[in-house]
Design a binder for this molecule. Structure first.
Ligand SMILES: CC(C)(COP(=O)(O)OP(=O)(O)OC[C@H]1O[C@@H](n2cnc3c(N)ncnc32)[C@H](O)[C@@H]1OP(=O)(O)O)[C@@H](O)C(=O)NCCC(=O)NCCS
Length: 166
């Protein structure tokens, strides 16, 4: 049990602005790293957040009493559960908050878990590998991204999918 798991709660409907601020500040990490044609500013718009929520993404956040410092989404799609949109404020990264969020969500999931991220986001891949996930083959990630995600084909090409390696 990660000490931060005690601070995980469902994000409230009135916290959309805060969620966007966290995501867009943390997503700056992608700038100049992921393919230029995949980067946009802001990275996450209010409309996109609303559409993701409408598509069933439930956001959880880390809040130790002083407001949200990180968020992570979970989405059930058919026979699997996707971990979506994991972001921790840069000033709070590498302190265990992301792990607390991930472990809390995993503890509630009883279906196979899949995670997608940019192939170039090597730090994110390392984060999930640390928690027992491994990248699937290129053919498999292409099949999985087309089957379970609703993302542009360009993002399919430039992403990886991680599944539990145990
Ligand atoms: C990925 C992210 C959510 C992890 O949250 P976190 O609170 O920083 O993660 P934790 O402190 O629990 O775990 C840290 C581990 O994650 C990985 N990691 C996180 N940030 C890293 C960085 N900048 N460089 C290298 N590894 C990093 C490492 O494996 C690290 O372990 P270590 O410190 O022992 O080397 C967070 O760093 C983030 O928001 N990054 C920018 C946005 C992003 O890439 N999101 C992923 C979308 S799928």
């Amino acid at each position: 049990m990660n000490a931060f798991q005690h601070h995980i709660r469902l994000v409230r409907h009135d916290e959309g602005e805060l969620v966007l601020a966290i995501i867009n500040e943390a997503a700056e990490r992608y700038h100049g790293v992921i393919p230029a044609d995949c980067w946009h500013d802001p990275y996450f718009s209010a409309d996109y957040l609303a559409s993701e929520t409408a598509a069933g993404v439930r956001f959880f956040g880390h809040d130790a009493g002083e407001g949200l410092l990180g968020v992570m989404g979970v989405q059930d799609v058919d026979d699997v559960t996707l971990i979506r949109h994991a972001y921790v404020l840069p000033c709070a990264q590498r302190g265990g908050i992301g792990s607390g969020l991930l472990l809390s969500l995993l503890a509630t999931i009883d279906k196979p878990v899949l995670i997608g991220t940019w192939a170039d986001a090597v730090w994110a891949v390392a984060f999930y590998e640390k928690h027992g996930f491994a990248c699937v083959s290129v053919d498999e990630k292409t099949r999985l991204l087309r089957r379970y995600w609703d993302i542009p084909e360009r993002q399919v090409e430039t992403s990886v999918v991680l599944a539990r390696s145990y």
